[in-house]
Design a protein around this ligand. Structure first.
Ligand SMILES: O=C(O)c1ccccc1NCC(=O)[C@H](O)[C@H](O)COP(=O)(O)O
Length: 209
């Protein structure tokens, strides 16, 4: 199976073009003001407007007001929502779009609980736990906490980069990997070489199957 790649925290049109040319399957746009990678709805619309077809535009939110999500959706043609906070499943379901839930992992039970609670999600994104940040930490977690049996597609995130993504894919066999800091030169500024190396590494492991 081919492992999908999502490049997250895109803030520049050039990075949209570079990431999609390198083979990214999805791009993530952070609609969360405190993030150093935050974009406004206006900027998000501009960025999505240069995306080619068949690449998924994903909008990230952290404990948003429903009105804020609706406002973003009225301006930005997103394909998928990604919730990083404590949003209940009813809230995530209320926008008429497919969505994935991010969970910050401290112990195996965090993942099992999320599978149970968020059964209507299209996928579960597992990320590193950090007491102060909801995502984009650049930290990896203990991948052996991830169960082999999964009731929905699992997306692996947290501290991935071209030098560890092949071991991550070989060990975890996720549906997709998600990266932000590992393909940047500074926060919110992606590096085309790092993106290309990252995606090539993922495909290299896929081909050794
Ligand atoms: O990127 C952020 O600043 C961010 C802030 C708040 C919630 C989520 C955020 N990013 C989410 C992502 O999907 C990241 O790609 C994921 O957490 C992995 O980040 P990294 O460890 O830097 O690869």
């Amino acid at each position: 199976m081919r492992t999908r790649v999502k490049i997250c925290g895109i803030t520049r049109k050039q990075d949209v073009l570079d990431a999609t040319a390198a083979g990214a399957d999805a791009l993530g746009f952070v609609f969360y003001e405190p993030s150093p990678r935050a974009v406004t709805a206006e900027a998000g619309r501009e960025l999505v407007s240069v995306m080619p077809p068949f690449v998924s535009a994903t909008g990230l939110f952290v404990n948003p007001e429903a009105e804020f999500v609706r406002e973003v959706l009225s301006q930005v043609p997103l394909d998928l929502l990604q919730f990083h906070g404590d949003e209940p499943p009813e809230f995530c379901n209320s926008f008429g779009l497919r969505w994935i839930k991010a969970v910050r992992v401290r112990q195996a039970a965090d993942i099992q609980d999320a599978f149970r609670i968020y059964g209507s999600a299209s996928g579960l994104l597992v990320d590193a736990w950090d007491p102060h940040r909801y995502g984009g930490t650049g930290q990896a977690f203990n991948w052996s906490l991830i169960p082999q049996i999964r009731p929905m597609p699992l997306i692996l995130a947290g501290g991935l980069a071209s030098d560890n993504v092949s071991s991550a894919v070989a060990q975890v066999r996720p549906w997709a990997v998600d990266v932000s800091g590992g393909v940047e030169s500074s926060k919110g500024i992606k590096d085309v070489e790092k993106i290309t190396d990252f995606i090539n590494e993922v495909h290299r492991v896929d081909e050794t199957d």
